[in-house]
Design a protein around this ligand. Structure first.
Ligand code: ZN
Length: 209
């Protein structure tokens, strides 16, 4: 939703209800990432109209501080960055689960994926950033494909192949099939959909499952 038109947010929420599967909400605090996106007034406005699951991606420091608040909003999926939680990650996953919300661990492109391997048996999904967190409209980092494949292989090795892999950043119809082949289950697309001439066709071109 970071790429939605906030002057006509209701229409864009209707569009996602009609054409997509999940609302992905990029929450940025200006500290964990250099940018500020939107906060609870916008998240709550989207939640009030959303008919598809809400997936909040916290790009914030101290993510634990806001778990309860996001639970109150009614999100279905909540991810935080490993880099923002480190040793607190396991605790935080437990707290997210205590609200009956799917917990995800997110990692930036410069963090070795092996860092999150110990958490793979605890989470419901892994969010692999294919650009650096902080801004919409960035170019896809090709090495992300190897990172997705490495996480997928480790999930299979651990017998945790039900854990979903979500990919976020520079996703478009041109790389969607390669992402799927590498092991991605959920594709997050912002500007490649909202800036497309035919937004419905852009989504259709990225749907495989
Ligand atoms: Zn995101």
């Amino acid at each position: 939703m970071l790429s939605a038109d906030f002057l006509r947010l209701g229409a864009d929420v209707d569009f996602v209800n009609r054409e997509a599967d999940i609302f992905h909400l990029d929450v940025m605090d200006g500290t964990f990432v250099p940018n500020i996106s939107f906060g609870f007034p916008v998240v709550e406005a989207i939640a009030a109209k959303a008919e598809k699951p809400l997936d909040a991606h916290l790009m914030i420091v101290n993510p634990g501080k806001y778990v309860e608040r996001f639970a109150k909003v009614g999100v279905d999926m909540l991810s935080f960055h490993y880099e923002a939680a480190l040793d607190e990650s396991l605790n935080l996953i437990g707290r997210i689960h205590s609200y009956d919300i799917k917990a995800g661990i997110a990692i930036n492109p410069d963090v070795p994926v092996e860092k999150i391997f110990p958490l793979l048996s605890e989470v419901d999904f892994v969010l692999i950033m294919s650009v650096f967190a902080g801004f919409g409209g960035q170019k896809f980092i090709p090495e992300s494909l190897e990172r997705i494949a490495a996480v997928k292989a480790e999930l299979i090795r651990r017998g945790e192949s039900h854990v979903m892999i979500e990919v976020d950043g520079g996703v478009s119809p041109s790389n969607a099939s390669a992402l799927k082949a590498a092991g991605a289950d959920i594709l997050v697309a912002g500007s490649s959909v909202f800036n497309a001439q035919d937004r419905t066709a852009a989504i259709k071109a990225m749907k495989f499952f």
